[in-house]
Design a protein around this ligand. Sequence first.
Ligand code: MG
Length: 208
Amino acid sequence: FLSRFCDQRIIPPNNPQRKRPIRKAIPPCFPRSPILYSVRSSVEESMVDLRIGLGYDIHRLEEPGEKIVLGGVEIPYHKHWVAHSDGDILIHAVIDALFGALGERDIGSHFPDKDPRYKGADSRRLLVETMKCVGQRGFEVVNIDTTVIMEEPKIGPYVDEIKSSLSPLLGIPQERVSVKAKTNEKIGEVGENRASQAYAVVLLRSKL
Ligand code: MG
């Protein structure tokens, strides 16, 4: 609408080149003023290239175990996540979201689970590698929002620690890292505590 409106202002009403009829009803909030051109061009010039990405991960939970690692934070538990790396579903979801925002496929294509280099790997190391990729493409993280879904153990007491673990890895302050914890209301494999899930959304912007 703004584009059409501005086009009509470019050609004076009495100019024979004008092909479109003059719009008679002009909304009062759009005064007849050339300032519209400068507003539009300054908006376009100041536009930042934003990219959004969605990530998801799930791992089976099996006994026995001593701890799980979530967002780089160790949480004592009697089960473990069945995974090639440390099974950190939260970081894996964040990595998938970052690659998704870059249009770069998924975590498995960058860090294959058949590669012995990643056996038992600390997922924070994979996140550092992913962030190098983000920087090389000329982007930086604006914020992330995540949800972890698991019946046990309770994640609430560890949320602040997880946020302070992720924040330096992503290069953003803690208030831009959101970690939400839910249960699956005892429904399905997650609700029966046989698996855990995580979702992540990230927003990237081009570096100035
Ligand atoms: Mg995973």
